[in-house]
Design a protein around this ligand. Structure first.
Ligand code: V3L
Length: 86
């Protein structure tokens, strides 16, 4: 699963990398052509929509973030799953 791509979710002024397990799951679904599905992330169920490229809390539509698939090395990444780099 290391073809140079990673998955990111939106933070306040930059992007967070998904944890490895979730990132692998996203990549698998993406390659399988899945569009909308649910994932358990950090104890919460999120709906992932790969057409609009968003994640959203299943029980709270207001908790919505953009997501992105990009090369591993992008400049505006803050850290992984809430853990800051540096
Ligand atoms: N993976 C891990 N934690 C997540 C994810 C995810 N895919 N989605 C949401 N959370 P919400 P700044 C983020 C966390 O969307 O300063 C960052 O990881 C989310 O964490 O309402 O704004 C940082 O830890 C938030 O704490 O469901 O860039 C933190 O925000 C919580 O779930 C601050 O980042 C609620 O998010």
């Amino acid at each position: 699963f290391d073809d140079g791509y990673q998955w990111f979710y939106e933070g306040r002024n930059g992007w967070w990398q998904y944890d490895d397990r979730t990132s692998n799951e996203l990549e698998k679904k993406y390659k399988n052509g899945d569009k909308v599905f649910e994932l358990l992330i950090a104890g919460f169920l999120y709906v992932i929509d790969l057409e609009s490229m968003r994640q959203c809390r299943r029980n709270d539509q207001t908790r919505r973030r953009r997501i992105r698939r990009d090369m591993r090395t992008v400049p505006d990444v803050k850290g992984i799953a809430g853990l800051r780099f540096g």
